[in-house]
Write a new protein. Structure first.
Length: 106
């Protein structure tokens, strides 16, 4: 399981029938800044995930990979290996709030 920011979307007009109607996002995983430990920073990697929660671009989401990506009612029949299964409201570590959705962008 990991958290990441949705940085884009994928549109595919030709795909297997079970994937029709599925929203695909580009997600960049985040990690705690190892030096300051006061913020989240991108890892430089990207994943393509199926959205199972109605997320949107720019949001931080909780993602699962492998067989866990097919453990939801929405994804159990899909040929996928990564899914967004939650929208993150806040992240706290080392007694510090690293992310709070309610104050982002202010």
């Amino acid at each position: 399981m990991f958290i990441g920011r949705i940085t884009g979307s994928i549109v595919s007009t030709h795909k297997v029938e079970s994937m029709v109607g599925q929203t695909l996002f580009i997600v960049e995983p985040l990690r705690i800044d190892e030096k300051k430990k006061d913020s989240l920073k991108p890892t430089g990697r990207t994943f393509i995930v199926v959205d199972a929660v109605g997320a949107g671009e720019g949001e931080i989401v909780l993602c699962v990979q492998g067989s866990s990506a097919r453990f939801t009612d929405q994804t159990k029949t899909l040929p996928i290996d990564a899914a967004a299964v939650g929208i993150v409201d806040s992240v706290q570590a080392h007694d510090t709030v690293l992310y709070d959705k309610s104050t982002e962008g202010t």
